[in-house]
Design a protein around this ligand. Sequence first.
Ligand SMILES: [Zn+2]
Ligand SMILES: [Zn+2]
Length: 337
Amino acid sequence: MKAVVLEAQDALTVKDVPDATAAKGKALIRVSGTGICATDVKILTGGIPVTYPLIMGHEIVGELIDGGGKNGAKPGDPVLVDPVLTCGKCYYCQHGQANLCPVGGLIGRDQDGGFAEYVSVPSSNVYPLPDSIDLTAAPMIQVLTTCHHAHERAAIQPGEAAVITGLGVTGQMNIQLAKAAGASPVIGISRTASKRDLALELGADIVASHGEEALKVTREATDGRGADVIIESVGALAVLGETMDLARIGGRIVPFGIYTGTQAEMPFYQFYFKELSILNARAAFARDFPASIDLVASGKVRLEPLLSHALPIERADEAIHMLMEPGSDRMKVVLTY
Ligand SMILES: [Zn+2]
Ligand SMILES: [Zn+2]
C-alpha cells in the first residue's frame, strides 16, 4: 500500500509499504481521508518525540473492510476512527477519566496511523458514519470531539455571553457549539477578516479583532460586565492573558488552545479578583464520538465551510508544510486517497 512514512525528524517520504492487516480484535479500514493538524507538525519537527519509522495521521475516515466495529459498524460502512488508545485498567480509566490515561496513546503518534491506504485500529475505536455526512470533511469530526469535550467542561447555559478567541478550525467549531448550547450573544474574536465573516455565517452574533476592539464589543454586549465564558482557541499565552480581561467577575475560561510557552505577562491579579474558573480540557471521551457525529448529521455543526484544501497523498509533504505558514487564511487541510 502507498503510505506517507516519517523516516526521521523532518524526513517524510511517500512510498510502498506492506499492507496493514487486521489482527484479532482489530478492524481494517480502507482510508478515504485523513486530516492534518498542529500535532502532526509537532511530530514531523520533533517537538513531539516518536519512534521512527512512523505513519502519522490521527483524524481518520474510511471504509470498514474487516473486523466489525463494536459500535455497530459493518464491513462496507463509512467509518470514523477514535484515535485515543486507553488501557482500561488504570485508576483514570476506572474512574471516568479515560482521556487522561497515562499509559494510553494516540494512533498516528504511538502506532501507525491514517496517512496510508489502509490502517488497522482496535474495533472499539471505530464508529459508523451516516451516509448524509460528506466524507471529505468528515475527518474533522475527530477535531470536533475535542471541542465537544471542552464544551462539556464549559457547561454553557442558555443566555450566557460566550466569547471565542481565535477563529481557525476549532474556533469555528466552538462558535457553532456555543450557539447550539444557547449562548447569547456569541462573540468571535480574530485578527483575520475572512475568518470573522465565516464566524458570522456559522452563528456568531458579533465579531471583532483582538485587543481594544474585543474588549469594547464584549463590554457593550454585556452591560459592561464582561463575558460569562470564554473559550480560547488560539493557543498563544498573550491571548490567554486577554481572556482574563474579557471575562466577567466570576467568569469561566477554557484554555482550549495548547500552550507550549512557559513565560508570559498576564493580568494574574484578575485570577483572584475576578475569582475566575480555569477549566482545562484534554482530548475527548469515547462518548464524544457518537455525540459529535449526531451534531454534524443534524446540521447543528457545519464542517464543509472549514475545509480549505483536500490534497492527494502524494502531496503530503506540501500539505503538512501549508500548516507551517504563519498568518495564512488556510483552514483545514485533508489528505485524500
Ligand atoms: Zn489533530
Ligand atoms: Zn488507563
